[in-house]
Design a protein around this ligand. Structure first.
Ligand code: FNR
Length: 347
């Protein structure tokens, strides 16, 4: 099995340079992009021993969805730029691995087709739907109803994007829109027109309350870094948070997610599960995040590298490679299950 770094090299060879840059890049100086990975390297593990780790169980449950391991696929845009099968390939790999795929609002495949692809693999796949609340409430409602009808199990509202981050690689490459043969299929309105995704600058906590009145699905907020916002989210009754800086693509010089995690975890104090994403590339990264208070991690770019390198098989390679590394890291840290990972293991 190839490492994520090897898959990135393979992906880079296959992708048009502007598309590689769209996936790889971040905002501004890309300080936050780098900081996410560096924050893992700066932390070391101080393992415990003699703890009988002969039978290990990596499974977790999040917002009512079972995961075979504490790794899920964070929402990323435009999978059909990476591979002709696009989101269908990603959904099959996630279903095969028994984990959650968070489908992006900017997916290039209709949500109904994505769910159908996952159902070819398993009866009851766990697909969540990520959205940016659109200024047009009726349209937002229609998108949510459509996702619910298709069978998604939770909504992930991205809140770190009041405006678009400035991705300078894309500006330099002139990559500002999808090629004409692709479109964001879940943004079709009832006339069949595909709308642009608008970044919701006017959003407040009242909108989160509104969302709870229109959908019975569990709601998670993605893009929380400040402990005060984490507290407000618990008060708002959401089912979970994604500690995320959007992979360094929004506010450059924002805190790395691993540096943000401990304060968020202490603010939330176990009330709701935390998912961390940003810079997770190795099983030991997963262990560090869990030890410091995450219930699971999300991966963004690694899945895109697998997808570009080899479609469903490539995403499977990423997920099964991580599973093997996570399992080994659990054993070598003296943890038989996620509860066995505690903050004392990380320095
Ligand atoms: C993203 N991300 C993202 N997030 C979101 O809420 N909606 C989206 O449509 C996208 N699109 C997107 C595209 C690409 C190319 C990337 C790289 C990222 C952010 C994503 O969900 C996640 O937060 C980061 O990717 C995590 O960091 P890593 O794993 O890529 O380091």
């Amino acid at each position: 099995m190839r490492t994520i770094a090897e898959l990135e090299t393979a992906a880079r060879r296959r992708l048009a340079p502007a598309h590689y840059d769209f996936y790889a890049g971040g905002a501004g100086e890309e300080e936050t992009l780098r900081a996410n990975e560096e924050a893992f390297r700066r932390r070391v593990l101080v393992p415990r021993v003699l703890r009988n780790v002969g039978k290990r169980d990596l499974a977790v449950e999040l917002a009512g969805s079972p995961l075979s391991m504490p790794v899920l696929l964070s929402p990323t845009a435009f999978h059909r730029l990476a591979h002709p099968d696009g989101e269908l390939a990603t959904a099959r790999a996630a279903a095969r691995a028994g984990t959650v795929l968070v489908v992006s609002m900017a997916a290039t495949t209709a949500i109904e087709d994505i769910v159908a692809a996952a159902r070819e693999v398993t009866d009851d796949p766990a697909l969540w739907f990520q959205l940016y609340l659109q200024p047009d409430r009726e349209f937002t409602k229609a998108v949510i109803c459509r996702a619910e009808r298709a069978g998604v199990k939770a909504l992930v509202v991205t809140v770190d994007s009041a405006v678009f981050g400035k991705r300078e690689r894309d500006h330099r490459n002139g990559f500002l829109d999808l090629p004409p043969e692709l479109s964001v299929e879940n943004m079709r309105d009832d006339t069949g027109r595909v709308r642009d995704i608008e970044m919701p600058a006017e959003l407040t906590w009242t909108d989160v309350e509104w969302l709870r009145t229109i959908s019975g699905l569990p709601i998670l907020l993605k893009g929380i870094l400040h402990p005060s916002d984490a507290r407000l989210a618990v008060e708002a009754g959401v089912s979970g948070l994604v500690v995320s800086n959007h992979g360094g693509r929004q506010l450059d010089s924002a805190v790395s997610t691993m540096d943000a995690l401990p304060a968020v975890a202490s603010a939330v104090d176990g009330a709701i599960p935390l998912i961390l994403d940003g810079g997770v590339r190795r099983g030991t990264d997963v262990v560090k995040a869990l030890a410091l208070g995450a219930s699971a991690v999300g991966i963004g770019r690694p899945a895109l590298w697998g997808l570009a390198a080899a479609g469903t098989e490539g995403v499977t390679e990423v997920l099964e490679g991580l599973r093997e590394e996570v399992d080994r890291a659990f054993a070598l840290c003296g943890a038989a299950d996620p509860a066995g990972l505690t903050a004392e293991l990380v320095r």
